[in-house]
Design a protein around this ligand. Structure first.
Ligand code: FAD
Length: 411
């Protein structure tokens, strides 16, 4: 915990989601004072399960939140891709000791609120992090010495910098990039949390299973110490005529009529689902305007197929704080360096996630091709193909070994 800070004007972070809180924590650990402005009345996360891949867990560990997350998460023994129609396994990736020694961290599945809660607790323990709720950021004005951040209520915060971690519909991105609404991925996800006691024992597996089939897929795994099962049923649709909200079981199962028994059984465990349109943006080559930059979904929102959106927000957080530290608080240069490091990796995730849409939702001959691609591959060969995703970047691995830059320290 740090008690003195290197900046007179705070760094303001718009948005207190996983990305915003991780960034606040990382900057505080490098002795910068931070103000987090969250629009909601209280900090929290709606939604359900979150896959925490080794590269995400590496960031949480580096920020001191890893143990707390691991206590509540399930460290999975494998990941399974199955054919939704036949139920046959297409690909089985063991995530045990060899996986952990290769990537340095295990693979976890958790309730989203547990990950967010662990970061929030750490932020609350940092005197240099100020957390404001009911504070919607509306815009900014760059001026000598920094940036003035304007809030919806009319207040203004003179700041050293503004980091926009305000999600896929980022208000600050609209001031900076002006690229309008995110795109629909032509799919919806129906989400439900099923109480563990209602979940058939034979289907209670200590790992996530993804059943892939024509125009749809189903993902399922336990969260919150097996007290709940996260169920996400993704269905390809012409999203223009669809609204978000509650959906009855009839709407959900109609796509899955010929699917294998476990899929039908799991889907029928809930009468209602939350319907959510899957959205994304195409990668862009600039996130910054002087002392203002984007982070997480505000910078690179992706379809959820690759399960790396939160992981990318977490990696951004460490990278950004590391660059602000290395540049001794010269934020314009630091943000340029941060985006130069982060844009290609996050863009690759965005593009790869869209490619998984075709793989997961293949029908006809494409489905047979998809299944045949994995035939005869060894576990190690599968991991080779996933290594670019799961391997934590050097700035994450080195974070704990590198003390804050001493050049500006004058306590
Ligand atoms: C169905 C689904 C499943 C997913 N599964 C995974 C997964 O398994 N693994 C994974 O890594 N990722 C996953 N993701 C992606 C992940 O949820 C996001 O990438 C991640 O939450 C982004 O974090 P963030 O902090 O950038 O944005 P958000 O979580 O959207 O947080 C933004 C915050 O900013 C606040 N805010 C918004 N506007 C303003 C404003 N103007 N002023 C102040 N505050 C504001 C919001 O209230 C919110 O608290 C999934 C996404 C979906 C939709």
């Amino acid at each position: 915990m740090s008690t003195f800070t290197r900046n007179e004007r705070p760094i303001v972070i718009a948005g207190g989601g996983i990305g915003g809180l991780a960034c606040a924590l990382a900057l505080a650990r490098r002795n910068f004072q931070v103000v987090v402005c969250e629009q909601a009345q209280q900090f929290g996360q709606v939604g359900a399960g979150l896959q925490v891949a080794p590269n995400a867990l590496a960031v949480l560990e580096a920020l001191g939140a890893g143990d707390c997350v691991k206590r509540q998460a399930l460290l999975i023994e494998r990941m399974l891709l199955a054919d939704g129609i036949t139920g046959e396994t297409i690909c089985d990736i063991p995530c045990g000791d060899r996986f952990e020694s290769r990537f340095g961290y295990p693979y976890a599945v958790a309730h989203r609120a547990d990950v967010h809660g662990a970061l929030l607790d750490r932020c609350r323990a940092e005197p240099s992090v100020k957390l404001h709720t009911d504070s919607r950021v509306e815009g900014y004005r760059i001026e000598e010495g920094g940036v003035v951040v304007t809030l919806k209520a009319g207040d203004e915060i003179p700041a050293k910098a503004l980091v926009a971690a305000d999600g896929i519909r980022s208000r600050i991105r609209q001031c900076l990039i002006k690229d309008g609404e995110p795109k629909s991925a032509g799919a919806v996800i129906y989400r439900a949390l099923i109480p563990g006691k209602n979940f058939p024992e034979a289907l209670q597996r200590p790992y996530p299973t993804l059943w892939a089939g024509p125009g749809a897929h189903l993902m399922c795994y336990p969260v919150s110490n097996w007290t709940q099962f996260n169920v996400g049923a993704t269905v390809k649709v012409a999203a223009d005529d669809i609204e978000e909200g509650e959906a009855g079981i009839g709407e959900v199962v109609r796509t899955y009529t010929d699917w294998c028994a476990p899929v039908s059984e799991i889907l029928r465990l809930s009468s209602f689902y939350q319907r959510h349109i899957i959205r994304y943006r195409d990668p862009i080559d600039n996130w910054s305007d002087g002392p203002v930059t984007l982070l997480g979904d505000a910078a690179h929102p992706m379809a959820q197929y690759i399960a790396q959106g939160a992981a990318m927000a977490l990696e951004d957080a460490i990278c950004l704080a590391d660059q602000v530290d290395r540049h001794n608080g010269e934020v314009t240069a630091a943000f340029k360096a941060y985006q130069a490091i982060r844009i290609v990796r996050s863009a690759r995730m965005q593009l790869s996630s869209l490619m998984l849409d075709r793989l997961y939702h293949a029908g006809g001959i494409e489905r047979s091709v998809r299944n045949s691609i994995f035939e005869g591959r060894t576990a190690e060969e599968n991991l080779d193909r996933l290594a670019w995703i799961f391997t934590p970047p050097a700035y994450v691995k080195d974070w704990r070994n590198r003390p804050p830059n001493a050049a500006l320290f004058s306590p």
